[in-house]
Design a protein around this ligand. Structure first.
Ligand SMILES: *[C@@H]1O[C@H](CO)[C@@H](O)[C@H](O)[C@H]1NC(C)=O
Ligand SMILES: *[C@@H]1O[C@H](CO)[C@@H](O)[C@H](O)[C@H]1NC(C)=O
Ligand SMILES: *[C@@H]1O[C@H](CO)[C@@H](O)[C@H](O)[C@H]1NC(C)=O
Ligand SMILES: *[C@@H]1O[C@H](CO)[C@@H](O)[C@H](O)[C@H]1NC(C)=O
Ligand SMILES: *[C@@H]1O[C@H](CO)[C@@H](O)[C@H](O)[C@H]1NC(C)=O
Ligand SMILES: *[C@@H]1O[C@H](CO)[C@@H](O)[C@H](O)[C@H]1NC(C)=O
Length: 523
């Protein structure tokens, strides 16, 4: 699993970053036991299922109605553990999982509105709003896709085109299967193409003008200003087995506890970064800002030694205990970096070196409120100023650190990651102008077909991130699209804030230069 050179080459070459994490912090047996007892009690006290609905006849059409009064604590939780004993050779999918599920909170006023970054779903689907999405457009997106996902009658089928880097495709598909378990019967029929590589490829300028068709709809993990790829949560939310990053839900709890270990005031008053500088020139440039005999830009920078880390099984590293500095630097590598959410979760001020890419949630971040912007063309002086500013405005700096970790803990919790996928896929499916078809020879995929035969960390992460049963609450309510000028205003506002920071920065350096100049020249 963590075996040597192939992995290291992948990481050195393609993927961004590298954390230090401790091997497998799992819940203690006591906690698991308690959880099992709790669930069992809930189960016994609440389930009133018709036994015939659990029978394994081929096309059961079970509808389960569950009461989920938010104001009372009597949530009825129904769980469907994996059944790895269906069939003998080729693992089959179970037939007893409900195909529809009606939570009791269908009244929209009782479901919370989704976080603000969900509004970008409207914008990301805008190119097809007038025309819809035709089969030809989807087929065009196949050119770079790693797989085609087909959902028909709530079941998932995959047509695989090529192998992705590491287990990106595996955990992305796993995540979609968990979404289907979470909201059975509520993901409409669809066909989509997914590209697991880093860089967006659908250039908007190729699809301008009156006579062009809409761009091919292609799902991937990140986008930038010049492209129209549709952004979707990356695999790491269900785990990154190759470098031992646990599924997001459990990791998020660890990160919260980790934050209480060292309070902001007691953290090192410097900007910390650890990563792989080989992936991009801008990262090599960043290393020039490291502490040396002749300079101190308030940065403490380290190279991730992947070979060493993988040999030691990542034992030394633990994401939750990396929040040791008041400032943490985020810098893109080859493209966006999975590390961003772990850095933002730290309670430290995140110093974001002017990014080019966005992923599905980062467009919800506001400069100076959630993070401190760092110039890309003058990194060292920019970092030095940011850290000096923060150490001179401790209360404000702490508030920025807190705002970003609150954002991550509350608005990026796993429930919302699923709800984002839910709304994105529903919005996408509404645009389809053709009837999705199960590809010839395609096999149905379900959690059993993936997890039962998995081994090692992959198996562990799948079991850890398994959605246990249908959600008793509905997805959050989509916020409306941006007003016609809304997006432009938001963009301009952020640009102005960043310009303001640059102005402060220039003043700071000017006055420093003035004061050093005035000393020798004053006599
Ligand atoms: C299954 O559910 C669908 C939609 O709810 C319904 O139209 C259909 O009649 C059901 N089939 C059976 C066999 O119950
Ligand atoms: C698993 O599936 C088999 C075959 O369909 C069935 O006999 C068995 O009862 C199932 N086990 C559980 C726990 O559902
Ligand atoms: C399952 O096992 C039985 C007996 O061991 C065998 O006859 C049958 O062919 C197997 N089925 C599959 C799908 O391999
Ligand atoms: C637009 O497309 C039509 C049909 O394909 C073609 O006849 C026409 O020349 C095109 N116009 C331009 C300006 O490209
Ligand atoms: C940066 O400086 C620190 C302290 O001198 C040192 O331990 C570290 O190895 C340096 N990092 C790099 C990438 O040279
Ligand atoms: C620095 O000196 C220049 C020229 O003397 C002056 O115009 C400028 O306002 C000074 N800047 C600051 C921040 O003091």
């Amino acid at each position: 699993m963590l075996q040597g050179s192939g992995l290291t080459r992948h990481i050195a070459g393609r993927t961004t970053w590298k954390p230090r994490l401790k091997k497998g912090r799992v819940a203690t047996p006591t906690a698991i036991l308690f959880f099992v007892i709790l669930i069992t009690l809930l189960y016994i006290s609440s389930v009133r299922l018709n036994a015939s609905k659990l029978s394994a006849d081929k096309y059961t059409n079970s509808t389960i109605i569950v009461s989920a009064k938010r104001r009372t604590s009597t949530k009825k939780i129904i769980e469907f553990p994996l059944n790895c004993s269906i069939g003998n050779q080729t693992q089959a999918c179970p037939t007893n999982y409900p195909t529809t599920f009606i939570p009791d909170d269908l009244d929209p006023s009782s479901t919370p509105v989704c976080p603000g970054y969900f509004r970008w779903i409207h914008d990301d689907l805008l190119p097809w709003k007038a025309t819809g999405i035709t089969r030809e457009m989807v087929e065009k997106a196949k050119r770079t896709a790693h797989f085609r996902l087909v959902v028909v009658d709530g079941k998932a089928y995959i047509e695989k085109y090529k192998k992705s880097i590491q287990t990106r495709d595996v955990f992305t598909i796993w995540g979609i299967l968990q979404l289907l378990r979470r909201y059975p019967g509520r993901i409409p029929d669809l066909e989509l193409m997914f590209d697991c590589n880093d860089l967006p490829v659908i250039r908007s300028r190729d699809y301008r003008g009156p006579n062009t068709t809409g761009p091919p709809p292609l799902f991937r993990y990140c986008g930038d200003r010049w492209t129209r790829d549709i952004v979707f949560p990356d695999w790491s939310f269900w785990g990154w087995a190759e470098i031992n990053i646990r599924p997001w839900e459990s990791l998020l709890k660890d990160l919260k506890e980790g934050n209480n270990r060292i309070k902001w005031m007691e953290r090192e008053p410097y900007a910390y970064w650890k990563g792989n500088p080989a992936v991009h020139e801008t990262r090599r440039d960043l290393l020039k800002c490291n502490l040396s005999d002749t300079q101190d830009w308030n940065a403490r920078l380290y190279v991730q030694d992947w070979i060493l880390e993988s040999k030691q099984g990542y034992k030394k590293s633990d994401l939750a205990s990396q929040c040791t500095h008041r400032y943490k630097i985020y810098i893109e590598g080859y493209a966006w970096s999975v590390s961003e959410k772990y850095i933002l979760a730290c309670d430290s001020v995140t110093l974001i070196v002017n990014p080019r890419f966005y992923d599905f949630f980062t467009r919800g971040l506001q400069p100076v409120h959630h993070y401190w912007p760092i110039r890309d063309d003058d990194k060292c002086r920019s970092i030095k100023f940011a850290v000096d500013w923060g150490n001179n405005h401790k209360r404000k700096a702490q508030a920025i650190g807190k705002a970003s970790s609150d954002f991550i803990q509350e608005e990026l919790k796993m429930d919302y990651v699923y709800d984002y996928m839910f709304h994105m896929l529903n919005g996408y499916a509404k645009l389809l102008k053709f009837e999705p078809k199960i590809p010839e020879g395609a096999v149905e995929l379900c959690s059993e077909t993936m997890a039962c035969s998995a081994t090692g960390l992959e198996k562990k992460f799948m079991m850890e991130s398994l959605v246990k049963g249908p959600s008793v609450t509905s997805p959050c309510t989509m916020p409306p699209p941006f007003e016609p000028r809304g997006l432009a205003n938001l963009y301009r506002r952020n640009v102005n804030i960043i310009k303001q920071v640059v102005k402060w920065e220039n003043n700071y350096w000017e006055s420093k230069i003035n004061s050093t100049k005035s000393k020798p020249s004053s006599f």
